[in-house]
Design a binder for this molecule. Structure first.
Ligand code: SF4
Ligand code: SF4
Length: 296
């Protein structure tokens, strides 16, 4: 698909999301709608305004800047989203970064330049660039050019994916440049996946099977944890069985992060009704035990 991709954020000097020191690019847009999503600002492909109430000092600068009468200091969420045309003028004048326009377009060359800037850090730490989202594979043509630029400089590339992609486009345009894939498997049961993630898991599981059996690149399967949803014994055991079937020896649980719930509210969307706190140590231990039992 030949869409113009927007970027939510570029994080430099990261120690997560792959080996060494890395730059991580979060693309905007995802075909799934997981209710336990950590990055809901990366779900929609279009730009969005976010409002962080705890940063607002009620100075009124945004109200004066808005030509569409879309802001009101008396309203807790500030923005009338039906009036807002996403011009971003309010965010430009906000002194505390309480208003942010999320979603910025970079040409392939400008994004390549930003990422190549930290080449020495990557080289000395065994790091590189991680392409994330959202679902970055939505933009195979753009990614193909970007990754080609990075690979020409010898940069190690990790891709994070939900696995919901067209395998043909992925294989021809993205896969040749990758060194490592972090592949999320959330729910083994198709109906439960549809219920909590908005789409069936058939494409995800089939793409995973192909990647593992065709062995073109190293794949690390990850299980994003969501209490009462993905961390059940039934689901974890089913995922472990699936991995064992393909001879996969290791799986990486991703700790649950309830901060995603706050992000839903900053975007003017209702927060999903799920556990609002981090998982307890006992809950996480149980997860490790179930996965470890299946993968000694
Ligand atoms: S983005 Fe533009 S239209 Fe929307 S609230 Fe801000 S200034 Fe008003
Ligand atoms: S400009 Fe920023 S800090 Fe000032 S009232 Fe608007 S949102 Fe709040």
């Amino acid at each position: 698909m030949n869409r113009r991709p927007l970027v939510v954020d570029i994080k430099r000097y990261c120690f997560h999301d792959g080996p060494g020191i890395r730059s991580v690019v979060f693309f905007k847009g995802c075909p799934l709608r997981c209710i336990f999503c950590h990055n809901p600002e990366a779900q929609e492909m279009r730009p969005e305004m976010a409002f962080f109430v705890d940063r607002c000092i009620k100075c009124g600068a945004c109200v004066k800047a808005c030509q569409h009468d879309a802001l009101n200091l008396a309203v807790p969420g500030r923005i009338s989203r039906d009036k807002c045309n996403l011009c971003g003028k309010c965010a430009e004048v906000c002194p505390t970064d309480a208003l942010r326009l999320i979603g910025k377009y970079y040409s392939v060359e400008s994004l390549s330049d930003i990422l190549i800037r930290d080449f020495d850090y990557y080289r000395h730490s065994g790091g590189g660039v991680t392409i994330s989202g959202g679902e970055c594979t939505l933009f195979p043509n753009y990614l193909s050019k970007l990754l080609n630029n990075l690979k020409n400089r010898g940069i190690h590339i990790v891709l994070e994916t939900s696995g919901y992609f067209d395998y043909g486009a992925f294989q021809s345009k993205i896969l040749p440049y990758l060194d490592l894939i972090y592949y999320d498997i959330k729910l083994a049961d198709n109906e439960t996946h549809q219920r909590y993630c908005g789409k069936p898991n058939t494409i995800i599981l089939e793409n995973f099977r192909r990647l593992i059996t065709e062995r073109e690149v190293e794949v690390h399967p990850r299980v994003p944890l969501a209490p009462g949803i993905t961390d059940t014994e039934e689901n974890l055991s089913a995922i472990a069985r699936l991995l064992r079937k393909y001879g996969v020896k290791r799986v990486w649980p991703v700790p649950y992060n309830p901060l995603g719930l706050v992000k839903f509210q900053t975007l003017g969307r209702p927060a999903p009704k799920i556990q609002p706190t981090f998982m307890k140590q006992e809950q996480e231990q149980k997860v490790l035990e179930i996965l470890k039992v299946k993968h000694p």
